[in-house]
Design a protein around this ligand. Structure first.
Ligand SMILES: Cc1ncc(COP(=O)(O)O)c(C=O)c1O
Ligand SMILES: N[C@@H](CCCC[NH3+])C(=O)O
Length: 443
């Protein structure tokens, strides 16, 4: 398993993260356990901030909290000077609970409900990324009623789509997100948006995909968005002070994944903006980006305890752990590949090939197929790396399995940032209707 950030193997032969021995973390917090290498998250945040500072342009780095939204993470983001991208009332509530500066919150989503818009208006968030005309009208009406002026970006589809390793140019009419530039929808939306008395159109937003390993897609997107901004300037005399290029910067989950340095992605974007936006307005636009996965993904490790082991001679050995698709649905959903090691015997040579199964009642609940490990025994600790993004945030209670705890580790200290769910949590919202308690089988 590749050792990210502060992960290392200590003298006891145990995996250590943030100076904390994972065997001790298990003793203290139990398993499954999400462990977040706080030092690595802060390092990534600083890499983004430093790379943008080096460009000399104005910018905001909005952490896409969908990747991992908990109050401690919002606080960390604030401390590092990041802005925050939220896509639901739940993510917004989390940010508000953390006391995140509301003017640095950007609200996304293709179907914001009236309640969500109300909540965000009342919180005076910094910007709405408007996705469609229904939202535009609703936002104007609600902002008008409250007599507020609201900043908006319009989400456009620039006709560039990243399929992880390659880019395709598409009309992109077939997307649930945003206004298509190619078919004229984006232009019409701008014409309408600039007429809204309570909405202030700051600019355009584009997001081309996720887990991207090259700069070409971002360069193409900047070029197309700039060409469109130029058209808007010449036809409507509207200029945009902001351009948002979304997230999607890749990370290393598995050997063969070849992400670039944060600074390389940022340089491609800032250079692209300098090149293509030059002369459209007096000043170059402020650049916003929305990294999620790359901020937290590599910093996360999930610790499991090995339970049942089933060997099918000549077929395979299933090693079951005390979590699975409920804490990491990505292998089941996307066929995602992960690396893992025995955290309590991290120095030992590999001896067998096993497949790691989760505990949910679902044949598809497999975390890793064909993993080389030392001879595994019940009670061993399995660490799966790179689980910081879209794991906790996509976890479920399927089979009424309780969601794990999350700890932040750094400099030999561990802090619980999310408690393990309790049995009470599992039934907290359940209600037995009063009429049922009166009924007997015979009545
Ligand atoms: C609009 C938008 N911004 C940002 C992100 C974050 O993407 P990533 O986690 O790949 O950086 C996403 C998710 O793909 C997104 O849809
Ligand atoms: N949830 C996805 C990424 C979705 C990105 C959000 N637009 C993943 O785990 O990779």
């Amino acid at each position: 398993m590749y050792l990210h950030g502060t992960s290392k193997i200590n003298e006891a032969g145990h995996l250590e993260i943030g100076g904390c021995d994972t065997v001790q973390l298990k003793e203290e917090y139990g398993t499954p356990l999400y462990i977040v290498d706080e030092t690595l998250v802060r390092k990534r945040a600083r890499e983004y901030m430093d790379a943008f500072r080096a460009s000399g342009l104005k910018f905001q780095v909005a952490y896409a909290s969908k990747a991992f939204s908990v109050t401690a993470m919002c606080t960390l983001a604030e401390q590092e000077g990041l802005s925050l991208d939220v896509v639901s009332d739940g993510e917004l509530y989390t940010a508000l609970q953390a006391g995140f500066p509301t003017e640095r919150i950007h609200f996304h989503g293709n179907n914001k409900t009236p309640n969500e818009i109300e909540m965000a208006l009342d919180a005076r968030i910094g910007c709405f990324v408007v996705d469609n005309l229904i939202e535009l009208q609703m936002l104007q009406a609600m902002a008008g009623e409250k007599n507020q002026e609201v900043n908006i970006l319009l989400r456009v589809t620039p006709g560039v789509e990243a399929h992880t390793h390659e880019y395709i140019s598409t009309g992109q009419t077939d997307s649930k997100f945003g206004f298509d530039i190619g078919n004229g929808a984006a232009f019409e939306a701008i014409e309408l948006a600039v007429k809204q008395p309570n909405l202030k159109l700051l600019g355009l937003h584009s997001h081309i995909g996720s887990q991207i390993f090259e700069v070409e897609g971002f360069q193409m997107a900047v070029e197309r968005v700039a060409a469109f901004a130029k058209e808007v300037k010449s036809k409507l005399n509207v200029v945009f002070p902001v351009v948002n290029l979304g997230g999607g910067f890749g990370i290393r989950y598995f050997e063969g994944d070849t992400p670039l340095q944060v600074s390389q992605y940022v340089k491609a974007i800032t250079d692209g903006v300098k090149l293509h936006f030059a002369g459209i307005a007096e000043e170059l636009p402020e650049i916003w980006v929305e990294p999620g996965r790359s901020m937290v993904g590599e910093a996360g490790t999930t610790l499991y305890t090995v339970g049942a082991i089933k060997n099918i001679p000549g077929v395979r050995k299933y090693v079951s752990v005390d979590g699975g698709m409920t804490d990491n649905p990505r292998p089941a959903l996307y066929d995602s590949k992960y690396e893992a090691m025995l955290a309590n015997r991290a120095n030992e040579a590999t001896e067998e090939t096993v497949s790691i199964a989760g505990k949910a009642c679902e044949s598809g609940d497999m975390l890793i197929w064909d993993l080389d490990l030392p001879q595994v025994a019940t009670g061993d600790l399995l660490a799966v790396s790179c689980t910081g993004a879209y794991n906790y945030s996509m976890a479920s209670n399927y089979n009424r399995i309780r969601r794990p705890a999350v700890v932040f580790v750094q400099n030999g200290e561990s802090d619980l940032v999310v408690r393990r769910e309790s049995h009470e949590d599992i039934v907290r919202n359940d209600i037995i209707p009063a009429r049922m308690s009166k009924q007997t089988i015979n009545s």
